[in-house]
Design a protein around this ligand. Structure first.
Ligand code: ADP
Ligand code: ZN
Length: 729
């Protein structure tokens, strides 16, 4: 290397690809040399694959036989910061590096030249014959300079048909040229004034501004409607003033056009968007603009964390407690934690915003690792909803009905006032269970140990684990008796029937992700509801997330006990967050809101904590309980999931691991299991899990590595390690 980070032609370089090889392979640097971190195409067997130059080659392989890098893509090399982040993340999550690299190279057609479009410019000849129409075209071009126009644009501006433009090309008065399709991102202007902030908002914004320019993590905790978004947009403004790039992660980004409009209102232009709803060519455009430093702000889903920013100065994780930040398939990682990891390597500020933070974040703030800022009141005149329980033991309720008389009365009162009421039930479909009244058989999925859920709207039974569907049978598949299959329990579709029966005059909207063909359709529905085109809204948890329904003044929770049943260690925390979040939907404008929870156990500590104003007491109590059990965030956990076509061999491997746990005992860790996973079969694969528990300071990954080293897996079996598991399915 003649200069650091540069490889001369022919030098031995290591290239990491996203192929399952496990480590970088050696190649020769191509003609013209290449930078460390360069995105390249290399031959791999008979194929050509994308790779990244990952330092100097290892040697040890006959130099004469080394193959050369095919070509270097015309994009900036991956920066050391991102390379180191990917390596650390691979180590932390115990994922092979190539799989982690794949997260950072999800821009299809990187090597392709950007798509081209034809534009029209002035030529150097006069047309042989001039007409009015032709003259207008030439005028438009003379007036608006040399950049040229697309055909339809030009014809439109000149008020002529496209034929006229084409005719001018034939005479040589105009020329057609090919230009790259990728347009630059519009500039965001941080100098534009933001909204006038309240005193509390100003103090929080000041504190964030003071922390800009260096690594730090701040919990921005504020009740829904307190203006967290306004406050963190000030941190974005400060980051842009420093000419660094900012990233805002949102759950359910595909639904949040509201946020994009707010950015536009604040900075005068829209940010770059990165999520599953964005087209491939838009992805490539954004990916490249990130690397070139040509996009200032990106709003995205968790995978936006792997974009090749040139100078990332701020990461905001909005609704940081949201479970969608944990990726549960492929690479198992929590984007919130990885955001902190990435930021620490590039002197970026992290803002974790939430009304109901995760206990992990709460504890980090308690311990002084994170800074904490509180917004205690809603902005303006909006007040927090009043919360209460409805004791279902006292409600006279008919069978197969779920809305008690008290809640019915409350809903009627709101609808009569022209306000909206929301009924919350976190269960998609019509009924969670279909049972045979003749033999008691419950219809299950053929591929999973899960019951099929009736979706009457789709006229099918659906497995919520694997997505498998089948028609609703007439005969019981077990006893073959006809006409005895009956739905048990409510889903949102069944609740809709009850609402139609009890409130025949009311306009009803059902918000459940599976009832809409696309994110766009769902988004439109949400906008309609916000404008008041429904009286009663039935929703699953998609309604809990950040939508603003100004006329909504009552939230009724159909079954507040639903989340409390599981054995999940986070059951209390999750219920608390969800109930609070849902209740926060009510009364966001002038009218005061109320939230009523139907429950059979109103004295349950979690229900009482949800109602009581003393949130800190709830967190402190939850923290003490977890501390006593030595579980996260006061201890560490890892899940080991073995999956495969046959159960027996999985248990054998599991037992072998449990017996040979010396590497774990060395760090004081314990192993539990093997046990069938709570959903013991998914998509036809059996699942067995072990759980490892260790003290907070124990070097868990190292011990796991030693423990799992050299393990022989049965044919077609897989082992996945889930560090800091969130769900225990
Ligand atoms: P949060 O993110 O905490 O739920 P938002 O930032 O969405 O709160 O604010 C709630 C509502 O109040 C939004 O409609 C927002 O525009 C408005 N709002 C908040 N702060 C201000 C302010 N300082 N001036 C004007 N409107 C504000
Ligand atoms: Zn299934």
């Amino acid at each position: 290397m003649s200069e650091p980070g540069w490889f001369e032609e022919g030098a031995r370089v290591a290239v990491l690809t996203a192929e399952p090889i496990g480590r970088p392979l050696d190649y020769r640097a191509p003609e013209g040399g290449c930078y460390n971190g360069a995105f390249v195409e290399v031959p791999l067997g008979p194929r050509k694959v994308l790779g990244v130059v990952w330092g100097p080659g290892e040697g040890g392989f006959d130099a004469a036989k080394l193959r050369a890098v095919n070509r270097v893509f015309d994009v900036p090399p991956m920066r050391d910061e991102l390379r180191v982040f990917l390596e650390r993340m691979a180590e932390y999550t115990m994922t092979p590096l190539p799989q982690v690299l794949r997260l950072a190279t999800r821009a299809p057609g990187l090597g392709d030249p950007p798509g081209m479009r034809t534009i029209y410019r002035l030529g150097d000849r006069e047309p042989s014959r001039m007409t009015d129409a032709r003259a207008r075209v030439l005028e438009v071009l003379e007036e608006h300079g040399g950049a040229g126009f697309y055909l339809s644009e030009l014809a439109h501006l000149a008020g002529v048909t496209t034929q006229v433009v084409k005719g001018l090309v034939k005479t040589g008065a105009l020329i057609e040229a090919e230009v790259p399709r990728d347009q630059p991102f519009p500039r965001l202007d941080p100098a534009r004034p933001g909204k006038a902030l309240s005193e509390a908002q100003t103090a929080a914004a000041e504190a964030l501004r003071a922390g800009s320019g260096a690594y730090s993590t701040t919990l921005l905790k504020g009740v829904t409607g307190s203006g967290k978004t306004e406050v963190y947009l000030e941190a974005v403004a400060e980051c842009l003033r420093k000419e660094r790039q900012a990233l805002v992660l949102l759950p359910e980004i595909a639904l949040s056009s509201e946020f994009l409009s707010r950015v536009e209102a604040r900075f005068g232009a829209r940010p770059g968007e990165w999520h599953s709803g964005v087209t491939q060519s838009e992805r490539r455009r954004l990916w490249k603009a990130c690397g070139a430093g040509e996009v200032q702000l990106v709003v995205g889903a968790r995978s936006a964390l792997f974009l090749p920013f040139r100078d990332l100065g701020l990461i905001v994780v909005d609704e940081e407690h949201d479970s969608s930040y944990k990726q549960e398939e492929g690479v198992l990682y929590n984007a919130r934690d990885m955001a902190v990891l990435r930021a620490s390597g590039c002197s970026a500020q992290v803002v974790l915003a939430s009304a109901t933070p995760s206990l992990e974040t709460w504890a980090n703030a308690e311990a002084g690792k994170y800074q904490r800022l509180d917004l205690r009141a809603r902005f303006g005149t909006a007040e927090l909803p009043e919360m209460g329980t409805i004791d279902m033991r006292d409600e006279a309720i008919e069978s197969a009905h779920w809305i008690g008389p008290t809640l019915v009365k409350e809903v009627l009162a709101r609808v009569a006032e022209g306000q909206q009421a929301m009924l919350f039930l976190n269960r998609r479909g019509y009924a969670p269970v279909t049972i045979c009244r003749a033999c008691g058989h419950q219809i299950g999925c053929d591929h999973c140990d899960a019951r099929m859920v009736e979706h009457r709207f789709l006229k099918r039974l659906v497995c919520h684990q694997c997505g498998e569907t089948k028609p609703i049978p007439v005969k019981c598949p077990s006893c073959e008796v006809e006409g005895k299959l009956a739905p048990v329990g409510p889903g949102v579709e069944r609740l809709a029937e009850e609402v139609a029966e009890r409130f025949p005059e009311a306009r009803l909207a059902v918000l459940s992700s599976d009832l809409f063909g696309s994110a766009r359709a769902l988004k439109e529905k949400i906008a309609e509801i916000a404008q008041g085109e429904a009286d009663i809204i039935i929703g699953t948890q998609i309604v809990a997330k950040g939508h603003n329904f100004p006329r909504l003044t009552l939230v009724g929770v159909i079954d507040a006990d639903l989340g409390l049943q599981g054995s999940d260690l986070r059951a209390a925390e999750k219920t608390f967050q969800l109930m609070r979040q849902v209740a926060g939907r009510a009364g966001r404008a002038e009218e005061k809101g109320a939230a009523l929870l139907q429950t059979y156990q109103p004295e349950h500590p979690v229900i009482r904590a949800i109602l009581g104003g003393d949130e800190e007491a709830f967190w402190a109590q939850e923290a003490a309980a977890r501390q006593a059990q030595g579980v996260p965030p006061y201890g560490r956990m890892a899940g080991i999931i073995l999956s495969g076509p046959d159960l027996q061999p999985l248990f054998e491997v599991g037992n072998h691991l449990a017996r040979n746990d010396a590497a774990l005992r060395r760090i004081g860790a314990q192993v539990f299991g093997p046990a069938p996973a709570p959903i013991a079969r998914v998509r036809g694969r059996h699942r067995v899990r072990l759980l490892v528990k260790a003290e907070k300071s124990a070097p868990l990954q190292g011990a796991l590595k030693a423990w799992l080293k050299g393990l022989k897996l049965p044919t077609n079996a897989r082992l996945a390690v889930d560090i800091d598991p969130q769900s225990f399915l």
